[in-house]
Write a protein that binds this ligand. Structure first.
Ligand code: SF4
Ligand code: SF4
Length: 460
């Protein structure tokens, strides 16, 4: 079985890949020796703060011992909105974070735009109950709509205030890639903000400077090409067994992204290990296949093991709204049981099977919200994907399962999305499109879904 097609076009085994990638990393380390870059090392057990058998990876640049499971703070448990509009259930967040820390998790990733702008504050409240040196904070410069230097600096300082800290361990330029080189230059270089952040790193207020990426290979290569000058301390990429070789036109294969980071000795932080939840809600026959191999393990655990198996991964982020998801992930990484070559082949075959299901690559991040016309974009797309996976999409009115599929789709659609917020109310203004990190042509997809629903309704 061939795997790991790194830039020279030769296919090599996973072990060979890790070995040669290590050599590449070592070579890269030579040219950036001053940066202290090298290979990530791994150990299992207590980091000094958490308990249990969590696997930890050591950042070669700083010596940080980072838990392989990172806590993604993009989604938090919700409750009734407070007067200021904050819908986060702080007590539930505290309980989750307490349990995560108890289980050894010490990396927390947030952004000024997560949870309608309330994530950083909630993260800060929960973590401020612990010694500052016992956890690593990651947040981002999410200057999507106003990238003036003044606004960007304001956003950076506000993050520190919200997180109740005077330094940030891992600071990211948020979601670079879409919009191309010109957009990147405008958001970060021409306005002088990248120079400012480098100075902040020199002053010790930023310990690691990196970026998170969605977009084209050209944009990735361009920004990574700045490494010698900027010194990227880490890079956050979307990596899972479906995107490894099947990212499609809207994204870049994770195999390429990861390989380029390894060559340069840059630690990878992984986002979307579950592909926005789609790798935990796979079609029934695929779930059966995974369950048959590991009857005691969840479908999602395969995806987490995949992401953790690659040794230059520093941490794998997971948004854990429910305690059972956190418990399951703690179990998966305490300690990690790396996948064998044969299991990696099995997951590649699984990814190929999944490609037959035409889901929309929405990860429910909600960056496209709010829609000025009230459309609940993520709910519509997530519902559609769920129906694709469950097999309740049927175009063929003459087929045996059509009536059942029709009813299942219509009933669950009305439950999942209020009528006034459904796809048929989208006027196609396009306001949402530039905010989508997955590059989804949202109005096109909504109109397609609206047409499909209309057809279902009329076909009674
Ligand atoms: S294109 Fe549709 S969904 Fe997007 S902002 Fe406009 S009305 Fe809302
Ligand atoms: S459509 Fe795009 S921006 Fe909106 S929730 Fe889905 S992935 Fe996020």
């Amino acid at each position: 079985m061939k795997r790991n097609d790194i830039s020279n076009g030769n296919r090599i085994s996973r072990r060979e890949f890790f070995r040669t990638a290590g050599a590449g990393a070592a070579a890269a380390a030579g040219s950036i020796a001053a940066a202290g870059c090298g290979r990530i090392s791994e150990r299992t057990g207590d980091s000094g703060f958490g308990k249990g058998a969590m696997t930890f990876r050591t950042n070669p640049g700083t010596g940080d011992k980072v838990s392989l499971l990172g806590f993604g703070c993009m989604r938090f448990p919700e409750t009734e909105a407070a007067e200021d509009g904050n819908i986060i259930d702080q007590e539930a967040v505290n309980r989750l974070i307490d349990r995560a820390i108890e289980g050894g998790v010490n990396y927390f990733d947030t952004s000024p735009v997560y949870c309608q702008g309330y994530s950083e504050k909630a993260t800060g409240i929960a973590l401020s109950r612990y010694p500052r040196e016992s956890y690593f904070l990651a947040t981002k410069l999410s200057n999507f709509s106003n990238w003036s230097k003044e606004n960007s600096i304001l956003m950076y300082r506000k993050s520190m205030e919200n997180l109740q800290t005077d330094y940030i361990d891992y600071y990211l330029l948020h979601n670079i890639g879409n919009g191309g080189k010109e957009h990147f230059m405008a958001r970060y270089v021409d306005n002088g903000i990248l120079d400012f952040l480098i100075q902040e790193r020199e002053a010790g207020r930023i310990r690691n400077l990196g970026f998170s990426f969605h977009g084209t290979r050209e944009s990735f290569d361009f920004v990574l090409g700045m490494h010698e000058k900027v010194r990227w301390d880490f890079v956050q990429i979307q990596m899972n067994y479906a995107d490894w070789r099947h990212a499609g036109e809207r994204n870049v294969d994770a195999e390429y992204l990861y390989g380029e980071l390894v060559k340069r000795g840059i630690p990878a932080v992984i986002m979307e290990p579950l592909l926005g939840g789609r790798l935990s809600k796979v079609p029934e026959h695929i779930a059966g296949r995974l369950k048959e191999r590991e009857p005691g393990k969840s479908v999602a655990s395969w995806a987490f093991r995949f992401a953790g198996t690659y040794p230059d991964v520093l941490t794998v982020l997971s948004g854990m709204v429910y305690m059972e998801h956190l418990e399951e992930n703690l179990q998966t990484y305490s300690p990690l049981a790396p996948l064998t070559d044969e299991e990696l082949d099995f997951l590649e075959e699984t990814a190929v099977l999944m490609m037959q299901y035409p889901t929309i690559p929405c990860n429910d991040c909600k960056y496209c919200m709010p829609c000025p016309y009230g459309i609940d974009i993520p709910a519509i797309l997530v519902h559609y994907n769920k129906c694709v996976n469950e097999g309740s999409i049927s175009e063929d009115t003459g087929s045996a399962g059509y009536r059942k599929a029709r009813r299942a789709y219509l009933v669950s659609y009305d439950r999942a999305v209020e009528k006034v917020r459904q796809a048929d109310h989208c006027i196609g203004c396009g306001t949402c499109v530039p905010h989508c990190p997955q590059g989804i042509m949202i109005p096109d997809e909504l109109h397609r879904i609206a047409d499909y629903v209309e057809k279902l309704r009329l076909s009674f």
